[in-house]
Design a protein around this ligand. Structure first.
Ligand code: SAM
Length: 338
């Protein structure tokens, strides 16, 4: 079976990702590595890419096309030369491009060994500018055992602009928790602009990573958590810390907010129920984000149940298993328009 797409997901959620691929008629031709599959689609890659651009899957994080499969036995230099001949005339010369190489398994090749010469030669031959941070067009190269899978697509086709959906952020000295990356990734993936000088409620805020990110985005933050916030936030006048549970604050006539975020360590369904109750404290123009912590077993039914609870109170604007999520799915919510 000749594959026409490579799909990537978190190996812990492989079953759910495979179900999403099967739903669109994908047949697995080979598992290249845990959570990375060569897949044969009935239609072409671009039909699926368009369908998923409008309605993204939750668990498949990244897709890229396979238009050429080369043998690695002839060596890296040969792969680079053939790739240049095959793809130069397909690159749009006015659009920035990048080459994204992934090396799977224990091959002795490094991504750089392909990326560097291939990008340089493609730039020279096509005239297209190289831009690894914000490429419009991406040549994806996946090396696995003795094959190189290559395909050219637009960045918007691939579900993520990053190779395999691996989105890394630079660590900052002032960073409070790794959870900060989760919020940064969610804002980026869902294309969320926070309202200027908005009022934000952070449920389950301690030690305060999300509160710090919200402050960086000029939000006035009410942080609700019985646990203490990091010292750097305690002296910030634009942060109000309520040492309460979310249940206690709910019983205490909460204010109304432009933004509500919820990273509480609670069962997904309980967290969704609480979030539902907070829905009435979100302004009609507001937005909300919640991470649903999923159990190891039967996570799919827990997720379905939690999403159904949320749907009773909000419009679900997006739901993705993000690179920085552990056993979680992040959901983007908007008030139901009346
Ligand atoms: C994963 S941590 C949040 C990390 C935070 N987003 C950050 O960036 O630093 C989960 C937090 O949820 C809080 N939590 C759990 N149940 C809660 C509840 N019912 N009400 C409020 N906070 C709760 C815990 O105290 C814990 O601090």
């Amino acid at each position: 079976m000749i594959p026409n797409v490579i799909a990537t997901a978190d190996p812990d959620f492989a079953a759910a990702a495979l179900a999403e691929l099967q739903k669109v008629g994908g047949q697995i031709s080979q598992e290249l590595a845990p959570g990375i599959w060569a897949v044969q689609l009935p239609g072409d890659f671009f039909a699926l890419a368009e369908q998923w651009r409008q309605n993204p899957p939750i668990f498949v994080r990244h897709i890229c096309p396979v238009q050429t499969i080369l043998s690695l036995t002839d060596g890296v230099a040969e792969v680079v030369e053939t790739a240049v001949t095959t793809f130069t005339h397909l690159l749009e010369p006015d659009w920035p491009f990048s080459v994204q190489t992934r090396v799977l398994g224990d091959l002795a090749i490094k991504p750089f060994d392909i990326n560097k010469p291939l990008s340089q030669k493609l730039a020279d031959a096509s005239g297209a500018p190289l831009d690894v941070r914000e490429p419009f067009q991406i040549l994806s190269v996946v090396l696995a055992s003795d094959s190189a899978y290559l395909g050219l697509s637009l960045a918007v086709n691939n579900l993520s602009d990053w190779a395999g959906g691996v989105r890394r952020f630079a660590r900052e000295k002032e960073q409070i928790s790794r959870a900060e990356f989760k919020l940064l990734e969610a804002l980026e993936v869902f294309g969320i602009e926070l309202p200027p000088r908005g009022r934000a409620l952070d449920l389950g805020a301690a030690p305060g990573g999300w509160t710090r990110v919200l402050r960086q985005k000029e939000q006035y933050v009410t942080a609700v958590d019985p646990a203490w916030l990091h010292a750097s936030l305690q002296k910030d006048k634009a942060v109000r810390h309520l040492r309460l549970t979310a249940e206690e604050y709910l019983a205490d006539y909460p204010d109304t907010y432009d933004v509500i975020v919820n990273d509480m360590r609670l069962d997904a369904r309980d967290s969704a129920r609480l979030m539902g109750e907070y829905g009435r404290y979100l302004y009609p123009h507001g937005l909300a984000l919640i991470t649903l912590k999923l159990p190891e077993k039967r996570y799919d039914s827990a997720l379905d149940h939690a999403l159904n609870i949320l749907r009773q109170h909000f419009t679900i604007a997006g739901a993705r298993q993000l690179f920085h999520n552990r056993s979680e799915v992040t959901v983007y919510l908007k008030p139901v328009s009346k």
